[in-house]
Design a protein around this ligand. Structure first.
Ligand SMILES: C[S@@+](CC[C@H](N)C(=O)[O-])C[C@H]1O[C@@H](n2cnc3c(N)ncnc32)[C@H](O)[C@@H]1O
Length: 679
């Protein structure tokens, strides 16, 4: 009972409650985004925001209990839980600070990475919780070493001790929460009556087509709050009509088709949340109408702030203790991860603690752990991370491999690689080579990997809460171009793997998008083009099955082994994870095998620069690993010569030949030499 309410965790999460989402940005006549901007403007620091909490909290309540259940598809009896932000607060907590942006990004847009979270800010429902949680404060009191030792026990996943500790504090908390709930219910009952008057609008009226002027008025925030409420109510009502055949027969207006209702609700959702119509329809089609509504709602609130312990440098228990001592309120992210910590509140900037600077953790969204967990790279393997910047997953892989073996961390975007290099140095990763290729070319560069991760560039429809610009800037063209690139990249990933690998032979394909076009359809394409791979279980303990059929398209049955993650079901960023096993060589004519990986003995013989790498990116001359072009050229020349010598070619002889060609000289060696000298 109380335990689950109090200790609401990220891991294997329960569906989100609608009340949590509805942080009513619905100020008079404002779009969601504008209202958010407005509230940020008015509440620049957490303290101020919190002082407004009560009023907001009132606003946030769903109009009716019934409506709440309809929208979220859950009811209290069905185990609906309060939002994740209803976490424990210390009785005397220091002022919270705005948390920094994540160290990693899950799509190729920089905007995704620029979001800032405020765990105690306007999006939370913590009004009143401070008092309520007095009794629980000692669990998170940094002085209570015993409590935290128990919480982060040796095997990192012990929950017994955690529960005992929690139980001791739960009675007072439960009483307080129950009282709050009773008050809310009384209030809701009063509102119910009021709402019944307001919303008892004839279906005909609800479905009246808006004139262009009216639609424009919504866009320009000229509508008054009641109209926005009515829009929301109409979405609710239409969703109810569309729920199933019975409801349609019962509630639909005579003469109106399902398609008309659908068109209406899409239009309303676009206006209410600010999506372009194409994307709205695409996302709406993924779910049942009520689930789609929950998805759109979930995109309006940020996901929990999570950090990943860097086990190269520390243990989660020690890190947790160190951060608690600094006034951070946290708890393990869930049983599914041994390295994640969910941050509820922090008195210090998480991107500037000594532990952060010493590389003990990285800010990383919980769902970004999943592709690496599925890949499960082993010690001493050779692994390729095809699209790796800024390195959240590369550094996770390095930690799982205990800094052994070798990771090729590639990204085609040199400027994004700056973050990758920074993270690699900060986190003490030493088994990684950074490359800057278009990954479609990779099998021609080097192959024979034990495992490959393709965390593909994508539209970012899973991270709309982080980057609301996706709502308007992703168009039909993106959903043609991106899958095209993703398919090419996936084939290259497959062709880069050594199917005879004794320990591996695996490829993980992931995106932070939820569209079928970028996920199942890409995987299906690869299965058709590469009969030498099959899908296997990801090994992930939670997640919705991949789709095997979608809008008339039938996919391979094995796609059910892929996993989908949604903000509204797991309170994590939207994600897709699939895992392939390569069972045979790539077909002739494919990119595979053009250049295979050199054998270990050959690598040892190669002309390798053994000078120490600078400790930090700042020490480097430029951010891309400190190489300058001239220096680079020298290394390339040396490596080329070594390769030539191995092939039995005299590099000097070839140099003369090249110089001749450069100068357009076809004649005698003398002129070639001359030009070389003059140069
Ligand atoms: C989703 S992000 C990768 C995030 C990264 N895996 C992490 O965990 O930090 C996708 C990356 O793909 C890179 N990218 C886009 N097109 C590429 C291509 N053709 N070859 C290699 N990388 C590419 C982008 O620069 C971007 O950094």
């Amino acid at each position: 009972m109380g335990v689950s309410r109090r200790m609401k965790k990220q891991g294997t999460p329960e569906p989100l409650d609608e009340a949590h989402f509805t942080n009513l940005k619905r100020k008079a006549g404002m779009s969601v985004m504008d209202a958010r901007r407005e509230s940020e403007k008015n509440a620049p620091n957490p303290k101020r925001r919190r002082s407004n909490g009560d009023k907001r909290k009132q606003d946030e309540k769903p109009k009716t209990k019934e409506a709440k259940e309809k929208i979220s598809g859950t009811s209290k009896s069905a185990g609906s839980v309060p939002p994740h932000r209803s976490a424990i607060k210390k009785s005397k907590k220091p002022d919270a600070v705005t948390l920094p942006q994540s160290d990693e990004g899950d799509d190729d847009s920089d905007a995704v990475m620029n979001d800032e979270f405020d765990v105690s800010g306007s999006d939370t429902e913590d009004a009143g919780m401070g008092d309520a949680l007095d009794s629980g404060s000692d669990v998170y009191d940094s002085g209570d070493d015993h409590a935290h030792r128990a919480m982060f026990s040796e095997d990192e996943d012990e929950s017994d001790a955690e529960e005992k500790l929690t139980a001791a504090n739960i009675v007072g908390l439960t009483r307080k929460l129950d009282k709050e709930q009773a008050d809310q219910e009384a209030e809701a009952a009063a509102e119910l009556q009021e709402a019944a008057l307001q919303t008892n609008i004839e279906g005909e009226r609800l479905l009246l087509e808006e004139s262009d002027d009216e639609a424009e008025a919504v866009k320009t925030n000229a509508l008054l709050a009641p109209d926005l409420q009515m829009l929301r109510q109409r979405i609710n009502d239409t969703i109810r009509v569309l729920k199933d055949k019975t409801n349609f027969a019962k509630y639909a207006e005579e003469g109106r088709s399902r398609a008309e209702y659908e068109a209406q609700v899409i239009k309303d959702i676009c206006l209410y949340y600010g999506y372009n119509e194409y994307l709205c329809q695409l996302l709406f089609n993924l779910f049942s109408p009520s689930e789609a509504f929950a998805f759109f709602e979930a995109n309006e609130t940020p996901r929990p702030v999570v950090i990943r312990t860097n086990t190269i440098r520390t243990h989660r228990r020690d890190l947790a203790q160190a951060l608690i001592n600094r006034g951070v309120t946290l708890e393990p992210v869930g049983k599914w991860s041994k390295v994640g910590l969910q941050i509820f509140e922090s008195a210090v900037p998480l991107g500037a603690t000594p532990e952060y600077l010493a590389g003990h953790y990285i800010l990383q969204a919980a769902s970004s752990f999943l592709p690496v967990m599925a890949l499960a790279p082993q010690e001493h393997e050779r692994v390729l991370d095809m699209a790796s910047a800024p390195g959240g997953k590369t550094t996770h892989m390095a930690a799982l491999m205990k800094n052994t073996g070798c990771i090729f961390a590639n990204d085609s975007n040199k400027s994004r690689a700056k973050g990758l290099i920074g993270n690699i140095h900060r986190l003490g990763v030493k088994n990684t080579i950074i490359c800057n290729y278009d990954a479609r070319e990779f099998p021609k560069v080097i192959g024979g990997f034990d495992r490959v991760l393709l965390d593909a560039p994508c539209s970012g429809t899973g991270v709309i809460a982080k980057d609301p610009s996706v709502k308007t800037n992703k168009t039909e063209k993106d959903f043609i171009m991106l899958p095209h690139l993703q398919k090419q990249l996936l084939l290259a990933a497959i062709d880069s793997v050594d199917h005879t690998s004794r320990t591996g032979g695996y490829i993980v394909y992931s995106t932070c998008s939820v569209t079928v076009e970028e996920n199942e359809q890409v995987v299906q394409y690869a299965l058709l083009k590469r009969p030498n791979v099959k899908l296997v279980e990801t090994g992930l303990v939670f997640g919705v099955e991949g789709k095997t059929a979608y809008r008339g398209k039938i996919f391979d049955k094995s796609l059910s082994m892929a996993r989908r993650y949604y903000p509204h079901t797991y309170n994590v960023d939207g994600f897709f994870v699939s895992k392939f096993k390569k069972t045979g060589p790539s077909p002739t004519g494919s990119t595979a095998g053009v250049t295979t990986a050199p054998k270990r003995e050959d690598v040892d013989e190669m002309d390798v620069d053994k000078r120490p790498v600078p400790e930090t990116a700042e020490e480097s001359e430029d951010a891309f690993g400190g190489f300058d072009e001239e220096e680079d050229e020298e290394y390339i020349e040396r490596a080329k010569k070594a390769v030539m010598r191995k092939k039995g070619i005299d590099p000097k002889a070839l140099k003369g030949h090249q110089n001749k060609k450069k100068n357009g000289v076809n004649g005698s060696g003398t002129s070639g030499k001359k030009s070389s000298k003059s140069k």
